[in-house]
Write a new protein. Structure first.
Ligand SMILES: Nc1nc2c(ncn2[C@@H]2O[C@H](COP(=O)(O)OP(=O)(O)OP(=O)(O)O)[C@@H](O)[C@H]2O)c(=O)[nH]1
Length: 183
């Protein structure tokens, strides 16, 4: 019998994709858009449900409450429609993450440090403390308005990876990175 605690997958899909020059959510990976592919990864990992952060009516996406605040603006808006509980936050531009990795992260027992600078995917406990931190985040100076600061302040969890698995976290921000990933 599966006894794992239920968790919600949050797909970060907002932002302007400036470096890519087109919406990353619409890029096609193995015959599906990244919006579809990343949502499926979270479902395959065992998410009870997936909530899309971003203005995507076709996926019941939650638009940012405060625009141009980066991922924190997305999490602030998403947190307003969710009850307390565990979240696994996945970016739109990281298509090679294995569902098993996300599943392990969802059930990870303890906080872990950054793995070689990666702060996503990230597990968070949505509770009063996280809500309060997100609520004040638009007032923070830009250098403190980051997922890294959130991770540090709210005990976010990053799963440590075996060195051979680091490639699973490859993301794509530019057309060249996308071409390299997709080749
Ligand atoms: N909801 C929401 N998500 C964002 C926002 N900015 C970035 N993201 C998401 O956060 C993750 C990391 O985004 P970045 O690569 O840093 O930013 P980006 O907007 O996608 O791309 P650039 O404009 O080139 O920096 C991606 O999954 C984005 O979809 C935002 O303002 N709102």
């Amino acid at each position: 019998m599966r006894t794992d605690a239920p968790w919600t997958g949050v797909l970060l899909a907002g932002g302007r994709s400036r470096r890519m020059g087109r919406d990353k959510a619409g890029l096609v990976w193995n015959g599906r858009t990244l919006l579809q592919h990343q949502s499926q990864l979270l479902m395959d990992a065992g998410a009870q449900r997936v909530v899309v952060s971003g203005d995507y009516p076709q996926a019941q996406g939650i638009p940012d409450a405060v625009s141009d605040q980066g991922p924190l603006g997305g999490l602030l808006a998403v947190s307003a429609v969710l009850e307390d509980g565990p979240l696994v936050v996945l970016p739109i531009d990281m298509p090679q993450v294995a569902p098993a990795l996300l599943a392990a992260l969802a059930q990870a027992p303890a906080r872990c440090a950054h793995y070689r600078g990666h702060v996503l995917p990230l597990r968070l406990a949505l509770d009063a403390a996280l809500r309060a931190w997100l609520a004040q985040s638009p007032q923070l100076p830009p250098e403190q308005r980051s997922l890294r600061a959130l991770h540090a302040a709210c005990n976010g969890t990053i799963l440590p990876l075996a060195p051979g698995d680091v490639r699973l976290l490859a993301n794509c921000n530019t057309p060249d990175e996308w071409a390299a990933l997709a080749s």
